[in-house]
Design a protein around this ligand. Structure first.
Ligand SMILES: Cc1cc2nc3c(=O)[nH]c(=O)nc-3n(C[C@H](O)[C@H](O)[C@H](O)COP(=O)(O)O)c2cc1C
Length: 379
């Protein structure tokens, strides 16, 4: 079983590097349906822009996270080591991939593939990771162990029913039992919980459910980037599960696009820290998601790809450009910092406007919520 988890993690990396597993149509024009307002007189110069924010009690140089990717296989060690070095260099947060393998096999080598991250990124927020379906089988001591073993500042609990549905060995138990265990964990764990999707987005109903349980951190991981239904579809096809592979193709556009998910989540969970991820692959998209109501942005696949295919320096340059782009957009919007960027107005296409009307989200009220939320006990 533990061997299986570990091998699956490597298969995931192979598939995302080899195959086209990006949402095909859903998000092509979503960003063109969101306008922000150019400021012909920004009342500042580019050097005045300060992108730093407080997150999990630490200061980030830019509002960014390298979200959970890997761990648990000997090959993950090198990847995590380099990802951590990138996070430390740029002063941004970092997450590890699911720590399930650590619990299944108490093997020093496996644990080391996760622990390396704190060693190489001593000063930035580090986020642990486990699935909510796995969580229900764990003791509180297990949960404390995965946090303490890597010296994490928070624990991301991922929701991935789409992925589990298609995964040949998938675990679809997203039930009340898992919620009950989550409540117990929220009550006892010394670090905050982040509720995180993996690429299909969080709706206002789901955000509201977890907000009601006391969760104050969300990573929307919306549909616009890495598509885990397609990733598992490729694995299913390779292993001969034709029905699952076919279903994955039919569901290729399933999910909530990231910018929409940001608004839905902020609406339902007003006083929370919201991470926009899922195809937020350049500084422009990052800026737009922050204007829409996110506090910070997450990236996974592009950094992994650059690191594995082209090496550390290319991944490093990508991050530097990303951060410069974000600063450039903040400059053009006359926002000297992230709080001010969050206050910037936005205009939606009539299609998107109607979408929110049908969802019962009053955009005038939404603007007030977004502007008041400056933020959440972090500052
Ligand atoms: C190879 C790979 C492995 C991943 N493994 C995990 C994981 O174990 N746990 C998790 O919560 N998310 C995992 N993710 C999802 C990412 O954290 C992120 O939510 C998702 O890929 C969307 O971001 P992106 O579009 O920038 O890739 C993984 C992503 C990649 C690319």
């Amino acid at each position: 079983m533990s061997e299986e988890t570990s091998i699956r993690k490597i298969e995931h990396i192979e598939v995302v590097l080899q195959e086209d597993i990006i949402c095909p149509g859903l998000c092509n024009d979503i960003y063109s349906q969101i306008r922000v307002i150019h400021k012909a007189f920004p009342l500042l110069s580019l050097e005045d822009i300060n992108l730093s924010i407080k997150f999990l009690g630490k200061t980030l140089d830019a509002p960014l996270i390298i979200t959970g990717i890997t761990g648990g296989h000997p090959e993950s060690l090198k990847i995590n080591e380099k990802l951590a070095a990138l996070a430390e260099k740029h002063g941004i947060a970092i997450g590890v991939g699911s720590q399930r393998a650590m619990l299944e096999k108490n093997d020093v080598e496996i644990v080391e593939t996760f622990r390396i991250v704190r060693r190489k990124a001593p000063s930035v927020p580090l986020i642990g990771n486990i699935g909510i379906n796995t969580l229900q089988d764990l003791s509180i001591r297990d949960v404390e162990y995965i946090v303490e073993a890597i010296d994490a500042d928070a624990l991301a609990i991922h929701l991935n029913p789409g992925q589990e549905l298609i995964q040949p060995e998938g675990d679809t138990r997203f039930t009340k039992k898992a919620l009950n265990k989550l409540v117990e964990v929220i009550d006892t764990l010394s670090v905050p919980i982040i509720i995180k999707e993996v690429g299909n987005g969080i709706s206002m109903e789901v955000a509201s459910l977890f907000y009601g349980l006391g969760v104050r951190y969300f990573d929307v991981a919306g549909a616009c980037g890495t598509n885990w239904i397609l990733v598992e579809g490729v694995r299913a096809a390779r292993k001969g599960y034709r029905d699952k592979a076919l279903l994955a193709k039919k569901l290729a556009n399933w999910g909530i696009p990231t910018p929409i998910s940001v608004i839905e989540t902020r609406w339902a969970a007003p006083n929370s820290v919201i991470i926009a991820s899922g195809g937020v692959w350049d500084g422009y998209k990052a800026a737009i998601n922050i204007v829409l109501g996110a506090d910070l942005c997450g990236i996974a696949l592009p950094i992994l790809k650059l690191l594995v295919r082209k090496g550390f320096n290319e991944a490093d340059t990508f991050l530097a450009n990303y951060i410069n782009e974000l600063a450039a957009i903040a400059y053009l919007l006359g926002a000297s910092n992230i709080d001010s960027l969050k206050k910037s107005p936005f205009i939606l296409s009539s299609n998107l406007y109607k979408y929110f009307e049908q969802r019962g989200i009053d955009l005038n009220k939404y603007m007030l919520i977004k502007h008041q939320n400056m933020i959440t006990g972090e500052n």
